[in-house]
Each structure stands twice: as structure tokens, then as C-alpha cells.
Write a protein that binds this ligand. Structure first.
Ligand SMILES: Nc1nc2c(ncn2[C@@H]2O[C@H](COP(=O)(O)OP(=O)(O)OP(=O)(O)O)[C@@H](O)[C@H]2O)c(=O)[nH]1
Ligand SMILES: [Mg+2]
Ligand SMILES: [Zn+2]
Length: 366
């Protein structure tokens, strides 16, 4: 059995301070119907959840263990481990599903589900042959907003750059404009170009997740970083270049060069849960323009002295981007009205405070 140095899995002193007595720390590498694969100092274990974890999760799905979590294991009399607690998360991706509000809380049918936790860097992968398309700049904005909201640092990767013949610099500039303040890189896992740069974001046993549509080359990149074939990849590329969901589980993979990466299935639909700060951050350029509007409550729909409309007319602000901002704002507002205020506060504010603290101390910067 492969043993693990906990520090290389991302274990820290502050986590150690949270570990209950007489428990063993382990990092969740994968979850599957009420059980998890975890990486502990003495190797990998398949563990079931304790009654306490199951009870907590029934009340609040956010309490369910997820990939990237640090867990406390207890040893059962028969010599097996059981997952008995989830340690406090530093960052979390929370997805709002088709849930119902009940008993003053959220019912456990996907609402407020945590997709990945304790992620420092969020790679947003977009294949270069699609990135020039407006809809996909929209997808980048959406995923970058989700990344900010999680508390991690987004980095956009334009994948399969070997397939892009001309205008790559122009494309990268367009993408950079859609994600202000976010690093944007071209990567070809096939040629190995940009792979070392991607790896450098993981220095210091950081954890990354790679998000993006099916067929973007996420698993191929993970394999290039892992210097071997750890994830299945699509063998035959579909004629239309679209993926067919080869990866079906989120999985945490420790990399030989240091750091860890979570591969994910292709994103079909990004439902965003109370995502207001993330939207503000990804549209910080429009936010700055809006501060110069004559009226503080300007709706930017034709009011006099509107700096946003002026930027649109001068061509400084692309119309697509303004439409995208309106759309994501409406969506975030709609999500906010249908999610429970108490839970939202508890869950989200915690990450926001941590995120702000991380940005203040620079602890979250690669
Ligand atoms: N030309 C080229 N093809 C690539 C590159 N990276 C991946 N591919 C191909 O793209 C296809 C999809 O790659 P995957 O890594 O399986 O994509 P994925 O994002 O993991 O897809 P899902 O698991 O379905 O979400 C495969 O046929 C890969 O060989 C690259 O850098 N250049
Ligand atoms: Mg994959
Ligand atoms: Zn305005």
C-alpha cells in the first residue's frame, strides 16, 4: 500500500489543531454513495460514514464529505476505519440544485451540495477551438465567478493550443478581458507546452481543481501533470469536437512533482448558489464603470449620465459582456430568493471571511 506524507497532501498545523482526539487524519480522494476513498499516512482506505456524519448530512447536505475534504477517521473494534467528522473547510464549491426549502432549512436533494473543498487554485479549462465563440467566453465568466465564490484563485487555461493556428495572442487577450485580474495561459498537453507552468501553481503542496466542458482535455492535462495515465481520457474525438463525458467521478490525485489536482466530469450546467461576490469580481471592470454613473441606483438601461452605456457606445465594453453581466446578476438574485437565508449566511460568509483573510495575507496567491 502506498503510504503518504500528510504534509504533501496539504495537511497544516491549523488543521492539526482541529483534529479530534483519538482520530486519524485523512484526505478524501473520492466519494461514492455514502462511502469515501481516503488517503491517510498509512495508505488508502475505503471508509463508510459514521452515524454522526449521516445524521448531520440528513439535516444539511453541506455536511456531507466531499472530494478534497480533510476527515477524521476512528478505528472500529473490527479494525476498519470509519469517517467520523469533516474538518473545517478553507474553501468550498457549493452547488445549488433543484432543492426545496423545508423546516427552515434546505432539503437534501442537491441543494447546497459541496462539490469540492480545500481547493487553492481553480483551473478553468476551455478548448481553444471553442474559446473564440461568444457563448464560451460566457462559460469562462461563469466558471471564474464560481471559482472566486469558492474562495480559490481562478486561472484560465486555453487547452489544445496546438489546434489553434493563428491569433492565439488575440484570443488570450479576449479571454483576459472576460476575466479581469485572472491569469490566462495556453496549454497543449499533447505537446507538453504550458504544463510546467500549470504545475508551478501547485508549488507548496497546493490543491487545484480543473473545471470545464467535457472534451476540454482536463483528464489529459491531469495525466500530463501526473506523468502517467491515471485518468481515462476520450479515445476518439467526436466529429463535432464535443465531449461525451469520459470522467464520471471527481477525483483527487497527488502529483509526483508536488501538489494535488482534482479532475472533474465535464460541466453540463453551472448552477450558481447565492453567487453575488463571485459575479462582482468577474465583472469588476463593469463595477468600476458603474461607479461613474450619474445615479447611484443606475440600472444601465438608458438612464442619463450612464457610464456603462457610454462605454458600450465607445466600444470599450463589448455588448456580449454587458448582456452576460445582466444575465448572471439576474440568476444570482433569483438563486438568492429561493435559498434559505440562514444557511446561505452560515455557509457562504464563512468562506468569504476566509477568502478575504487569505487575500489580505497573500496566502492564496500562487
Ligand atoms: N490536439 C490536442 N488534443 C488534446 C489535447 N488534450 C486533450 N486532447 C484530446 O481531447 C480529447 C478529450 O480529452 P479528455 O482529457 O478526455 O477530456 P476531458 O475534459 O477530461 O473530458 P470529460 O472527462 O468528458 O469531461 C481526447 O481525445 C484527447 O486526446 C491537446 O493538448 N491537444
Ligand atoms: Mg475527463
Ligand atoms: Zn449606468
Amino acid at each position: 500500500m502506498t503510504t503518504h506524507d500528510l504534509a504533501l497532501l496539504g495537511w497544516t498545523d491549523s488543521l492539526a489543531a482541529e483534529l479530534p482526539h483519538d482520530t486519524t487524519p485523512a484526505r478524501v480522494a473520492r466519494v461514492d454513495r455514502g462511502a469515501a476513498e481516503v488517503l491517510a499516512a498509512d495508505g488508502q482506505h475505503h471508509v463508510k460514514y459514521s452515524a454522526r456524519v449521516r445524521r448531520a448530512a440528513a439535516d444539511d447536505p453541506v455536511a456531507l464529505p466531499c472530494v478534497g475534504d480533510w476527515a477524521a477517521l476512528t478505528l472500529l473494534p473490527e479494525g476498519r476505519y470509519e469517517l467520523d467528522a469533516v474538518l473545517p473547510r478553507t474553501t468550498a464549491f457549493v452547488r445549488g440544485g433543484v432543492g426545496r426549502v423545508s423546516r427552515g432549512g434546505l432539503s437534501g436533494d442537491g441543494q447546497g451540495q459541496v462539490l469540492a473543498a480545500n481547493v487553492d487554485v481553480v483551473f478553468v479549462a476551455e478548448p481553444s477551438m471553442h474559446a473564440a465563440d461568444f457563448a464560451d467566453l460566457g462559460r469562462i465568466e461563469r466558471l471564474v465567478a464560481l471559482a472566486w465564490e469558492s474562495g480559490g484563485t481562478p486561472v484560465v487555461l486555453i487547452t489544445k493550443s496546438d489546434l489553434f493556428e493563428r491569433g492565439l495572442d488575440e484570443l488570450l487577450a479576449d479571454v483576459a478581458a472576460a476575466a479581469p485580474g485572472v491569469d490566462v495561459h495556453a496549454v497543449s498537453s499533447l505537446l507538453g507546452e504550458g504544463v510546467e507552468l500549470v504545475a508551478s501553481y501547485l508549488d507548496g503542496s497546493r490543491t487545484a481543481v480543473v473545471l470545464g466542458p467535457s472534451g476540454a482535455g482536463k483528464s489529459t492535462l491531469v495525466n500530463a501533470l501526473a506523468e502517467g495515465r491515471v485518468m481515462e481520457t476520450q479515445q476518439v474525438r467526436a466529429a463535432d469536437g464535443r465531449g461525451r463525458h469520459t470522467t464520471v467521478h471527481r477525483e483527487l490525485i497527488p502529483l509526483p512533482g508536488g501538489g494535488l489536482i482534482i479532475d472533474t466530469p465535464g460541466i453540463r450546467r453551472v448552477g450558481l448558489y447565492g453567487m453575488t461576490d463571485g459575479v462582482d469580481l468577474v465583472f469588476s471592470d463593469i463595477d468600476e464603470l458603474a461607479e461613474r454613473c450619474r445615479f447611484a441606483d443606475c440600472g444601465h438601461q438608458g438612464e442619463p449620465g450612464c457610464a456603462v452605456q457610454a462605454a458600450l457606445e465607445s466600444g470599450e465594453l463589448p455588448e456580449r459582456r454587458l448582456e452576460s453581466w445582466f444575465k448572471l446578476q439576474r440568476e444570482a438574485a433569483w438563486m438568492a430568493t429561493r435559498t434559505d437565508a440562514r444557511l446561505r449566511k452560515e455557509v457562504q460568509n464563512k468562506w468569504k471571511i476566509i477568502h478575504k483573510e487569505m487575500r489580505r495575507t497573500g496566502r492564496n496567491r500562487p
